[in-house]
Design a protein around this ligand. Structure first.
Ligand code: WT7
Length: 684
């Protein structure tokens, strides 16, 4: 995209009857890293025209053990040779060092790195940069003592306790790749990730409290280890954090007891004690050495291990976090809070690495926004005087439904930036966030990006970009956002198409772990010469980008990507299910939800019990987030003559449409459609 598409001038917003434009608030503008739209344009052009110099200048703000003359090198066109991206090849650095030692050296050792807020409001704790460094060093010695070496993959299955941050940073310190698995995933999901990356070691906890409930992890881990073993991968040791007993149990109930002493389990705190004071030096990593794997849903059902490497991810996350949340390390009053779980990329980039590299203090939250009541986010904001809050549209929509009084009873006067991520934020939720939460004085930063991109791609700069509710606005520095039509032709100016990126950026994924072919096929082959996001988008007259949603078989539920094929795979494992088709249906709070059509074997009928069993099987195979809200019996599925299920039609039926289903003449049996429409009343 060229700058010419953007017509705005600060102080002179384009009046548009349909689209309201919000200018960056004056106080933010005054001290922002990038102040005013002309500065954005200037830096953006520089980032595109002199990209090597641009990125190297940013990298200079970080510590490199050995420099390199190389910049950003890439090939995005598989017809010309293998696909690759390299940034500062030959340099040596370490991201954990940049998060810890670098801050200690610049005098921030006693600064709070994290304000930990537990599930219960009475549970809280702080950790300084010095203390975090000490724990990371200590735990990296534990990992080494357990035989972990550079290049090994360590599975981490932990709730939002500080040991999660310690474990990730300790892996990075010694050059081991972390593969964090969200603690809401099932034993099967955990096992498939352990097996795919052949993890020999796992870091976990006995359990945790989530809102009013206790979640006991150990039995899930036991099962995952067993499944992994059956599939040929032997987890040799599991280090377990005993968290249940130190946490306050909801409603004053005593914490369940879990025996962590047998088998391959080693207790976290005794291991730490054992290796306290043992030196464990930083491993200087090559710029392109792998840093971590994080699994994300894939269209074919099998999750993809997204691989990020060292220098590029580090530089990109540092820069996006600094500019998009306007973080100032010299300002001790900057209290940043990203509500994401480290089990997702947002937690990796914008709770762990980004804010630590920027030397600020962050809130690290174990709980949920609705517990003890719907005012939790605002109570915590008041408690810690949060200045920048980064959360999800789903959370905003859910809290909005409880009413304004939950928000307004707490002091939010410290807030200046409110960020969202994970899915499009609808204009109504955007306006509520702006007006009610932000008292019309905050910048709203709608960040569009993906696990694969490492960091923000389309995003307003809080002190520069005029904002439009519902648009992620303009590309970040170095990002060449392109819309392509179905034939791969570039759409210039206003229009709608497939969102692609025409140039590499430092934080770009490097591979699907162990499956280069899948990497190329999924992202680089659909539009040769471009990285394809899988999303559709529209560009308006002002050059603003509006994400319209996935154009593949992935669906976005509460900001989490789910694969329809993976849910179908789980459903068809039930002995009574012959066939299943899952589509995404719109939901007021979650954005969308999985809607399942199932065809049963030999005249079986969909009873209440069977529905419970089917939901259960999805929970077991994937996790609670993937459980279909609606399961409908389908005497048959609409299929083309080549046997392909026409999801387009099923989606319409799930949305509640009776007509306007599009062309149905190519179907083998058109009558199933009428049956499915009338069957909607009997769904559960
Ligand atoms: C998909 C990536 C990026 C961290 C969380 C999700 C959707 C993400 C936005 C946004 C519209 C968005 C896209 C994208 N998405 N942010 N601001 N506006 N859509 O990471 O699980 O890799 O999902 O989430 O569809 O492709 P992820």
């Amino acid at each position: 995209m060229s700058d010419a598409h953007v017509k705005f001038n600060l102080g002179n917003p384009v009046e548009d009857s349909e689209e309201e434009v919000f200018l960056p608030p004056a106080p933010l503008l005054a001290g922002a890293h990038v102040a005013g739209l002309p500065s954005y344009h200037e830096m953006y052009s520089d980032s595109i025209n002199n990209s090597d110099a641009f990125w190297k200048k940013i990298a200079q703000e970080l510590h490199f053990f050995e420099p390199s003359n190389n910049g950003l090198e890439y090939n995005f066109d598989s017809r010309k040779g293998p696909i690759f991206t390299r940034f500062m090849a030959g340099a040596k650095t370490n991201i954990s060092y940049n998060c810890l030692e670098r801050n200690i050296q610049r005098g921030y050792g006693d600064r709070v790195a994290y304000l930990w807020e537990g599930n219960e409001p009475c549970d809280s704790n702080t950790i300084t940069y010095n203390q975090l460094h000490e724990q990371v060093l200590n735990f990296s010695a534990v990992l080494r003592a357990h035989g972990v070496k550079k290049g090994d993959v360590v599975a981490i299955y932990l709730p939002m306790v500080l040991e999660l941050a310690v474990a990730m940073l300790a892996c990075a310190r010694i050059g081991a790749l972390h593969s964090v698995v969200f603690a809401g995933f099932s034993a099967d999901s955990l096992a498939s990730r352990i097996v795919d990356a052949k993890c020999k070691i796992l870091i976990t906890a006995d359990g945790f409290f989530r809102g009013p409930k206790a979640v006991i992890l150990k039995p899930i881990v036991d099962k995952a280890i067993e499944i992994s073993k059956e599939q040929g991968v032997n987890v040799e040791s599991a280090i377990i954090v005993e968290h249940l007993n130190r946490a306050t149990a909801p409603n004053g109930h005593p914490a369940p007891t879990v025996d962590c002493s047998k088998g391959i389990y080693h207790k976290y705190f005794s291991e730490m004690q054992k290796y306290k004071g043992v030196d464990s030096p930083v491993e200087w990593m090559d710029a392109e050495d792998p840093l971590f794997i994080l699994y994300t849903s894939g269209s074919t059902g099998k999750p993809k291990g997204i691989l990020h490497t060292t220098a590029g991810y580090m530089t990109y996350v540092y820069a996006t976090c600094k500019y998009n949340f306007d973080l100032h390390h010299e300002n001790e009053k900057d209290i940043y809070w990203c509500t994401a779980d480290c089990g997702w990329i947002t937690g990796h980039s914008y709770l762990l690495y980004g804010p630590l590299m920027n030397g600020v203090s962050s809130v690290f939250f174990e709980g949920v926004p609705s517990y003890p009541d719907a005012s939790r986010l605002w109570a915590v904001t008041e408690k810690y005087k949060v200045t920048k809050l980064y959360t999800s549209p789903t959370a905003i929509r859910a809290l909005m439904a409880f009413g304004d009084q939950f928000v307004t009873k707490h002091d939010r006067s410290t807030l200046s930036i409110l960020g969202t991520v994970g899915e499009p934020i609808n204009p109504a939720a955007w306006r509520w966030l702006h007006k009610v939460v932000g008292e019309a004085r905050c910048s709203i930063v709608d960040t569009y990006w993906q696990t694969e991109t490492g960091g923000h791609m389309i995003v307003p700069l809080p002190g520069a970009t005029p904002q439009k509710p519902g648009s992620a606005t303009l590309p970040f520095f170095g990002v060449n956002a392109v819309l392509l039509d179905a034939e791969g032709r570039v759409i210039e100016g206003p229009g709608e198409g497939n969102l692609c990126f025409g140039k590499a950026w430092p934080g770009m994924m490097r591979n699907v772990y162990g499956d280069y072919e899948r990497f190329v096929k999924t992202y680089m082959q659909p539009f040769p010469g471009y990285y394809f996001t899988g999303d559709g988008a529209r560009r308006d007259d002002d050059g603003y980008i509006w994400i319209t949603g996935r154009v593949d078989d992935l669906m976005n539920v509460s900001g989490h990507l789910l694969s329809t094929a993976e849910i179908e795979g789980a459903l068809t494992q039930h002995p009574k299910v012959a066939e299943a088709a899952v589509v995404s249906a719109p939901h007021d709070i979650k954005g969308s939800y999985p809607y399942a059509f199932v065809t049963l074997k030999n005249g079986e009928r969909l009873s209440k019990e069977l529905i419970v069993e089917l939901k259960q099987i999805v929970r077991e195979k994937i996790g609670a987030i993937a459980q279909p809200d609606v399961i409908q019996e389908a005497p048959g599925l609409p299929k083309t003559r080549s046997g392909k299920v026409t999801r387009r039609i099923l989606r319409k039926i799930a949305e509640g449409c009776d007509s306007g289903l599009g062309d149905t003449t190519t179907l083998v049996d058109e009558t199933v459609i009428q049956q499915l429409i009338s069957g909607r009343d009997n769904r559960a």
